[in-house]
Design a protein around this ligand. Sequence first.
Ligand code: SF4
Length: 354
Amino acid sequence: MKVAFPWFGYDTLALQGFLEDMGAEVVLPPSTSRRTMELGVKFAPELICMPFKITLGNFIEALEEGADTLLMAAGARKCRFGYYHYLQERALRVLGKDFTFVPITQYSAYDFIFRLMPGLFGVSSARVMRGVYLLLAKSALTRDFRRLLNRKRAVDFDQAEKLKESAIAMLRNARTLREIKNVRRELGRMFALNGRKPELRVGLVGEIFFTVDQFANQEIERELARLGVEVVFERCLYNHLRHLLKIDFGYLRSRRLARSYLKECPGGEALRTTGEAIWFIRNRVDGLVHVFPFTCMPENIALEALQRLSERAGVPLLSLSFDEHTSSTGLITRLEAFVELLRRRQSAGRISGN
Ligand code: SF4
């Protein structure tokens, strides 16, 4: 059995490690590229959201690489995500390939540990539990790596970029708790700031795939760091797993904070987006960047709440919706203008946060 799943930013490494712990042979699709997206766009319904198209492209490329079993997260989330796996399987069948499609229901840890994984890989539930524990530890490591990288890049861009590939190789090879601990220590040393401090800090909020995946958001964290801005974030695999295990206290906080702007949950991650933005403002970020796919209804509703929040708190907001036509030149121009605004506010002594 050759197992594949779509890319999910740096967290792909943690998911790959988990499947290998289950004894699977993982066929990682080639890194997401323009071609991946074009394939997805070609075989997807025209108006479906971008994460669908990109992950469909990943599956097509994985099948080309010889994968025969495709794993896809499945769940309700009161938005189109609930239909992703049905539609993707259908679109892939049109290609005439022979494969097994396995939707991974996200909302029952019990089902995952006692039925789905043992049934799929012939392993014991105890082994799945050990694997999940390691997955949590490794996804916490990838989150910490992303944080360290964002901070270091904002003060010494070239050096951080130079260190990135060796750090990723270390992440990939960390398989045990001891190795994960050693890599965390080593990353702290490699990405030390040596007394320097980023000039500006912005909070990144939005739809999970777009906040996590570097191809989808056109490396927005790197581009902001190039301009001397540290990007802080909450969305990552680690917090998502904690959410599924019902131990994500950050989510409970976000939900509570968001209530003053959104009385009802409009689906997707709108409550989380709004709550995280409030949390970042309380933690004195200089600005907010909101990223989401063009046709995402929940994030378009969150946008309205974010605009009110930004006005009330006096914290600048840059909202960016993406589709397959979004040009990187246009994106960079908007980021530069936003950072210029933040700099002017800073030098005028109007530092945000209250
Ligand atoms: S949150 Fe938005 S982009 Fe993501 S699946 Fe739902 S509708 Fe699509």
